[in-house]
Design a protein around this ligand. Structure first.
Ligand code: HEM
Length: 142
């Protein structure tokens, strides 16, 4: 489960980055919102939602959850590694996935092409920043 979570993380990051880059370039070039733009946003949405489910399972079977239960929230917050893995990473990833979901539904409701791209830039872009700030880089590349 941890291996799947670790590999899927790379696809999630690449997909979100592609959505944001594509939306920024399309806004600059004043392009129409095409089926391909929608598909890219949808792929990133599906990948992140899959990662959410796998992440939740990974969390409940991980040693980090055990540590959190053993130490309690107060104790876990005192150790930076335990805090990152048992509280900050799961919480911030859930927030990022919620931002992507909001971005997707806002793009669907928008009627203008420009507004559709803008909702991808803002919400997927914010989600990307949140994810990048709380990915356990050291552990990932160990
Ligand atoms: C955008 C979504 C997410 C991304 C990009 C992501 C990325 C990662 C990465 C790169 C690792 C390190 C893997 C390794 O050591 O090889 C990791 C570990 C972990 N993630 Fe996520 N994650 C996401 C969502 C979540 C969610 C939603 C949860 C739980 C609610 C979660 C819980 C965990 C846990 C518990 C670990 C540590 C696993 C262990 O060491 O046993 N992740 N994540």
């Amino acid at each position: 489960m941890k291996t799947v979570h670790s590999i899927l993380a790379a696809f999630v990051l690449i997909a979100i980055a592609m959505v944001v880059f594509n939306a920024v370039m399309s806004l600059k070039r004043e392009e129409k919102f095409k089926a391909g733009d929608r598909k890219l946003g949808l792929i990133a949405l599906i990948l992140t939602h899959t990662q959410l489910i796998i992440g939740l399972i990974t969390f409940y079977i991980s040693d980090w959850y055990m540590e959190l239960r053993r130490l309690g929230m107060g104790g876990a917050m005192k150790d930076s590694e335990i805090r990152l893995m048992s509280v900050e990473h799961p919480l911030m990833m859930i927030i990022a996935i919620a931002l992507i979901t909001v971005g997707w539904s806002k793009h669907k409701k928008a009627t203008e092409d420009k507004a559709k791209f803008k909702s991808f830039v803002i919400f997927y872009g914010l989600a990307l920043l949140v994810i990048l700030s709380r990915v356990p880089w050291a552990q990932w590349f160990q």
